[in-house]
Design a protein around this ligand. Structure first.
Ligand SMILES: NC(=O)c1ccc[n+]([C@@H]2O[C@H](COP(=O)([O-])OP(=O)(O)OC[C@H]3O[C@@H](n4cnc5c(N)ncnc54)[C@H](O)[C@@H]3O)[C@@H](O)[C@H]2O)c1
Length: 336
């Protein structure tokens, strides 16, 4: 039940992750007002207290209120969570920012793990650019929404420059089964969550081809983590961030999850489907695809070699078949 001394919380995007976080916060402590793009979802949450489209099978707390009016989310809330894909953040919140409706005390917590292809900015960079006067926090780590929505044990990472901001956010999230850890490495924490999507596509692709041996998966995930770390460090992240929850933890959870959109993209590709048909079926392409293209460009500029990611790009784009790629990859594999 919400308690009167607890902060009021807003949320942008009552999709799968947003609804799970909103429900966690309402059952934990505080009333939540959440904006959602799909008006039918807003009606269902307000009238039935369910969200069958994005989080089926979960009864939502009555102190979660949904709206299609973004300005309601920013009026007087102490914390606002952003839970929409990176490319939608700017178009969704720009008008309320321009209208001066955002209090500088509001902590803005970005949960998106992607890059806006139009601007080339990551979701957290977009957040910091849109809210320059606000404390901004990045939430990442292994956090499959439908798992923690069912009370399964979960630990996520909150990254930001000031512990006081991280503590304000952890206060509304921490429960018996959901815990937060703090980091000051915002670059590393965000990159871990972004880059693992690339390698989740790859694991889906190889699994879809029946290449499911644990020996191969162990090689694959070891190299994936090493490449994520190498590119991350070249971009200013701390290497140790990748060895823990925001790197290895998220890579394992997403790559091995049957619910990951990125992994599913790989499975569909392995059936020989082309990207246009997949995009039509999935609605939008999962973020890992765009991230892969941008990561390869960045790696080239920074003189970082990413043979696994490069090979995945060639497989995805039909330049080489998965089997041939795996065998040349194993043949040429060197442990530095
Ligand atoms: N689902 C998870 O378990 C999970 C975990 C960690 C991080 N994330 C990240 O959270 C973000 C959201 O993922 P999700 O799985 O909740 O996605 P989702 O597909 O369940 O929800 C997408 C959200 O975007 C909104 N949306 C769709 N079109 C829009 C538009 N044109 N303008 C504005 N909003 C629009 C939808 O209404 C919905 O609220 C992603 O960046 C994802 O990487 C998800």
């Amino acid at each position: 039940m919400p308690q009167p001394d607890k902060p009021s919380v807003g949320l942008i995007g009552l999709g799968n992750l947003g609804t799970a976080i909103a429900n966690l916060v309402t059952t934990n402590c505080c009333a939540v007002i959440g904006w959602e793009y799909d008006a039918a979802v807003v009606d269902e949450i307000n009238s039935q207290h369910t969200n069958q489209r994005f989080l089926p099978g979960i009864s939502l707390d009555h102190s979660l209120r949904a709206t299609t009016d973004v300005s309601q989310v920013f009026g007087g809330t102490e914390i606002v969570f952003l839970a929409i894909p990176a490319r939608f953040i700017r178009p969704t919140v720009q008008a309320v920012v321009d209208a001066g409706l955002v209090s500088p005390d509001t902590v803005i917590v970005n949960m998106a793990k992607g890059i806006d292809a139009e601007t080339g900015l990551t979701a957290f960079q977009t957040t910091e650019m849109l809210f320059p006067a606000n404390p901004c926090v990045m939430l990442s780590g292994p956090s499959i929404a439908s798992e923690f929505a069912h009370g399964m044990p979960t630990i996520v990472v909150l990254a930001g420059s000031r512990d006081a901001d991280l503590m304000r956010v952890s206060r509304v999230l921490d429960t018996r089964h959901f815990r937060t850890r703090f980091s000051h490495d915002t670059v590393g924490v965000e990159l871990g969550g972004l880059l693992k999507n690339i390698y989740a596509i790859g694991l889906g692709l190889f699994d879809g081809q029946g290449i499911t041996s644990l020996n191969f998966r162990a090689v694959y995930l070891t190299i994936a983590l090493e490449e994520m770390t190498r590119l991350g460090v070249a971009m200013g992240a701390e290497a140790k961030t990748f060895a823990y929850l925001a790197g290895m933890g998220d890579l394992l959870a997403t790559s091995l999850s049957g619910q990951s959109h990125n992994r599913h993209l790989g499975e569909l590709l392995s059936q020989g489907r082309d990207l246009a048909a997949i995009q039509q079926e999935m609605g939008v392409l999962p973020e890992g695809y765009g991230t892969l293209r941008i990561a390869l460009n960045l790696a080239e500029k920074l003189y970082v070699s990413l043979p696994l990611a490069r090979g995945l790009w060639d497989v995805i784009n039909g330049r080489i078949d998965a089997d041939r790629f795996i065998f040349s990859f194993i043949r040429d594999f060197v442990e530095d």
